[in-house]
Design a protein around this ligand. Structure first.
Ligand SMILES: Cc1cc2nc3c(=O)[nH]c(=O)nc-3n(C[C@H](O)[C@H](O)[C@H](O)COP(=O)(O)O)c2cc1C
Length: 162
């Protein structure tokens, strides 16, 4: 049975939510799936596919997700897919911009696939300074999580790479 490790980094929960939707779909397809936060520094163990994602803050992946990719670069080679979760991705006309947030991560591991998903902003889930920043960016509370898009990507990855 193919084994998959999903590693995510989140500040306000959206990327953890996406990671769980991905893992549920991989399990439905009959795969053996582990899910872990990058902060826990999970050890790769010969999985067939690694799916690694981060929320986006100020156009960048979270540091611990990039550190995890760097640390385990060799074990991931040829077997990793990347995704980010951000607000830019909710506008289809800005998809390229949202995918570009993956550039630094793609430079570390040369992924099989690079994806972006629309996230959410819940003011009560972020700190005071971040709330002010989002207000300055004219962002209102919003939730664009699209389970069908997320589940569809899990299916595509499984079809193409497992
Ligand atoms: C301080 C802050 C900065 C953000 N910067 C960006 C950004 O530059 N581009 C973007 O598309 N979304 C940005 N967002 C939106 C987040 O990417 C979005 O809320 C995402 O769902 C967060 O994922 P997480 O909950 O897993 O941390 C920002 C959010 C916060 C709180």
């Amino acid at each position: 049975m193919p084994r998959i490790l999903i590693v995510y980094s989140t500040r306000a929960g959206s990327t953890a939510h996406v990671a769980n939707l991905l893992s549920n779909q991989f399990r439905t397809l009959g795969h053996d799936v582990g899910v872990a936060s990058a902060s826990a520094d999970p050890a790769p163990n010969g999985e067939d596919l690694f799916v690694v994602g981060s929320g986006i803050l100020a156009s960048h992946w979270n540091k611990e997700a990039l550190d995890w990719l760097r640390e385990h670069q060799r074990q991931l080679a040829g077997r990793v897919a990347l995704f980010n979760v951000c607000l830019t991705a909710q506008d289809p006309a800005r998809r390229d911009e949202a995918l570009e947030f993956n550039a630094e991560a793609c430079g570390i591991v040369a992924p099989l696939a690079s994806q972006t998903f629309a996230g959410k902003f819940k003011p009560e889930k972020v700190g005071f300074a971040q709330r002010l920043l989002l207000r300055a960016m004219r962002q209102k509370p919003q939730d664009h999580i699209d389970p069908a898009a997320i589940v569809g990507w899990a299916r595509d990855l499984a079809d193409a790479h497992l």
